[in-house]
Design a protein around this ligand. Sequence first.
Ligand code: SAH
Ligand code: SF4
Length: 362
Amino acid sequence: MTVNLLNFNQAALAEYFQSIGEKPFRAKQMMRWMYHFGVNEFAEMTDIAKALREKLAAEAVIAPPSVHLEQISEDGTRKWLIDVGAGNGVETVFIPEDDRGTLCVSSQVGCALDCTFCSTGRQGFNRNLSVAEIIGQLWVANKALGRDPKGDRILSNVVMMGMGEPLANFDNVVSAMNIMLDDSAYGLSRRRVTLSTSGMVPAMDRLREECPVALAVSLHAPNDALRDEIVPINRKYPLAELMAACQRYLEKAPRDFVTFEYVMLDGVNDTLEHAKQLLDVVRDVPCKFNLIPFNPFPNSGYDTSKPDNIRRFRDILMQAGYIVTTRKTRGDDIDAACGQLAGKVQDKTKRSLRRIKVEAVA
Ligand code: SAH
Ligand code: SF4
């Protein structure tokens, strides 16, 4: 069977070389060709013996995913719809800023967690992405973006904030992040790779042990009653447990704070009382806040908080001494903003069907 070498981190690649009777150090050499130079033809790997190149060509490939569609926004944001087969597609978004270029990477086709304000969640779930499909998003973006005049890559940061819950696809996401961090591959520092989770507590503990990177947590509500409703995973891992997990995570994290993401939903979670409750909930966790004005999508049932209310909410947090950023909406004209990533999901959970029925009855 043909293997796709993009599915292997360095340890797995070393095992593979051993399994075909080669020295494990080949893994490093191969990673450099693949990720430093972006080469996917064995024939071009001139410092590898011809016999080995031919052997590899017979049983392996380096096959990045193909791109259905690339869109470029007026503000420079770019979005790629990545073909992941069987009629499915996931989206990857590049966000240029003055001092960095961030790629927002997807981890699953759809998402099973069903947060009520999220377009990806609305679409249901199909499957986990493979390592090749996750790291392939960096491959595709790096190919398109290239390097700046100094020779540095334009893509400097990664956020695991695209479609899907990254901790629900733990093994593949960690392997792909190993490749992002590996000096023989993309060589990003742990501080430049951020994973965002809706709060899967046991997996947060595993991540701390196996691959600590910067952590963002989708909080979105300051009490269990509301969070149970809008982020349903809260019913399993309520706020007190989530906050304790954040504290444990920080013992080994590359940054000394957690970023709490908070989507601003008009009249739902954006009052002064909510802000005060929020201060109380996070009091033992060193953190920053990222307020995300809700990005609408058809039939969401929510409105974006009024700008004045967002400012007031922000001011309460700032007066308490926190650093707060309000996320600018980027790539609006190409539907590339947070929570708008839809891709193409053949839902296996029948959720979209259920919802259509509910809407038909309502
Ligand atoms: N599943 C992970 C990562 C992907 S979502 C998580 O939930 O953390 C990235 C961020 O966008 C999350 O904070 C998510 O809650 C937020 N988000 C989802 N839908 C949104 C919407 N419609 N408008 C604004 N932000 C949204
Ligand atoms: Fe999944 Fe995150 Fe969307 Fe919730 S917000 S449905 S966890 S992608």
